[in-house]
Design a protein around this ligand. Structure first.
Ligand code: ARG
Ligand code: ZN
Length: 471
């Protein structure tokens, strides 16, 4: 992309002067957090604690405009720092003072404060912006999907930079207020709790609030005409589900699945420990994409997920991610197994509970039915590579790995691990290696060789350990 440098006049004058001595030890924040699959994901030098997004969206033109206010703490003395963002910026303020900014690369906004920022300082960053997100293509792709009556943004591993400036990596979670004004004939859906809504001059503003740490890619927005159902769980959590009014034959099957979210979360709480968040639900916009995403508290589902009738298993997968992926997040995107292996295994446990096949039977079936020469076995779930991050091996072989663990340590220890891991790492980040160490600690067994076999070997393992925990 073009390199633009826009310097406000006051700052321009200073830049002509020599750099003051106090600035000498200030350095630029890194343009990435050091993720091995996505070197430009996230940024260094600061930690965001809160995003306040105040947006306005017109579905007819796909025009998005707004102001993002970020509260952050500097982690080094900063001469400048980056945000990940791809829309057009008209102004940046740091602590209320105009800052210079430039667009570099495909999705980096480089911000230079009028004077260096001390380490350990709380700062506010205001970014005013606008754009037509569906037109902003990066490598030919946009995560912002227009629908017949609105738009939706839900994508992994990156989607934020099509709609708000962020430190776009799961290692920097924050709380969110997402306030979106839309024409009165549509609604805006996001994460967490709908704190309030109000209408004036033909526009309705929806104020969504996420008060638990949330990764940027799990922050979602959908605008459109929805049927909204609300309820309260037995524990008093608000449930909000939203179904596009344009789902046709899939509406009933989507509802028959997603309306079971509270029941599934209650079941999950007995297996994975307390539900980490204070709201739940799901939403189905009228998009043609064929995946679902564990957007925090309120997963995104494609209508196609319900094209063959109810699909409770899919809802179990996305809700299991609330523990595995959303509360306990990857440290590095190569750790994707700590998300997908567990969410898939949760589907197997649900099947076991429903009497539709035990996890052992399902694992044995994956093992037996995929021949050794199938490319499936060449993918290492513990480090699949960016291009294979969502390969079915990460999911299915990843879940077989957990069955191999269960068979090796026995049910009692296995279910202790499954419940304690999300509790001990609540709202944190963990690597595959962290899980291996944790399982070794709880079981008192040396398990690294088992995980090497199931997660890090690019060929079919010789056999699946037999159930019984005698290994
Ligand atoms: N984490 C998502 C899931 O629940 C996968 C998203 C994959 N993204 C995609 N564009 N296919 O499995
Ligand atoms: Zn998943």
């Amino acid at each position: 992309m073009r390199h633009r440098l826009i310097v406000p006049s006051a700052a321009a004058a200073c830049l002509l002067l020599a750099i003051p001595a106090s600035a000498a030890d200030a350095t630029p924040g890194a343009p990435g957090v050091g993720d091995s699959y996505y070197p430009t994901a996230g940024n260094g030098g600061y930690d965001v604690s809160h995003y306040d997004l105040r947006l306005k969206y017109q579905p007819k033109t796909d025009k998005l405009e707004g102001t993002a206010t970020l509260l952050a703490t500097t982690t080094q003395k900063l001469s400048r720092f980056n945000l990940d963002f791809a829309l057009d910026v008209s102004e940046v303020l740091i602590n209320g003072k105009k800052a210079a900014y430039a667009t570099t690369g495909a999705h980096e906004l480089e911000i230079t404060p009028s004077s260096p920022l001390e380490k350990g300082k709380q700062i506010s960053v205001v970014v005013r912006y606008s754009g037509t997100p569906s037109q902003v293509k990066i490598d030919g792709f946009t995560a912002w999907n227009r629908t017949p009556d609105g738009a939706v943004v839900a994508q992994e591993p990156e989607s934020a930079y099509w709609w708000f400036p962020s430190n776009d990596h799961p290692t920097d979670k924050a709380t969110y207020d997402v306030s979106v004004s839309v024409p009165d004939d549509v609604q805006a859906i996001s994460n967490g709790v709908l704190a309030s809504q109000s209408s004036k001059l033909g526009w309705t503003r929806y104020n969504w609030r996420s008060t638990k740490p949330q990764a940027s890619y799990l922050t979602t927005l959908a605008v459109g005409k929805f049927d909204i159902t609300t309820d309260t769980t037995a524990n008093g959590l608000p449930v909000v589900n939203a179904y596009s009014k344009d789902l046709g034959d899939n509406a009933a099957s989507a509802k028959a699945s997603i309306e079971r979210s509270a029941e599934i979360v209650d079941w999950g709480s007995t297996v994975f420990g307390p539900y980490p968040f204070n709201a739940l639900g799901g939403y189905v916009p009228n998009v043609k994409t064929g995946y679902a995403l564990e957007t925090q508290t309120r997963p995104f589902y494609s209508p196609s997920g319900f094209a063959n009738g109810a699909n409770t298993s899919l809802v179990v997968h996305e809700l299991a991610h609330q523990w595995f992926g959303d509360s306990v997040s990857v440290k590095n995107w190569r750790d994707i197994w700590v998300n997908e292996g567990f969410a898939t295994y949760a589907q197997w446990l649900w099947s076991e509970k429903e009497g539709e096949g035990t996890a052992q039977e399902l694992a044995q079936y994956v093992y037996d039915s995929v021949p050794a020469d199938n490319a499936f076995w060449t993918v290492k779930p513990g480090d699949p590579g960016a291009d294979k991050q969502f390969d079915r091996a990460v999911y299915n072989r990843g879940a077989v790995a957990l069955q191999a663990l269960r068979n090796t340590v026995g049910d009692k220890t296995f279910f202790t691990i499954l419940k304690q891991w999300p509790t001990e790492n609540k709202f944190g980040n963990a690597s595959v290696q962290d899980f291996v160490k944790y399982a070794e600690k709880v079981s008192g067994k040396k398990l690294a060789p088992l995980f090497d076999t199931w997660l890090f070997t690019p060929s079919k393992p010789g056999s699946l350990p037999a159930p019984g925990g005698k290994a």
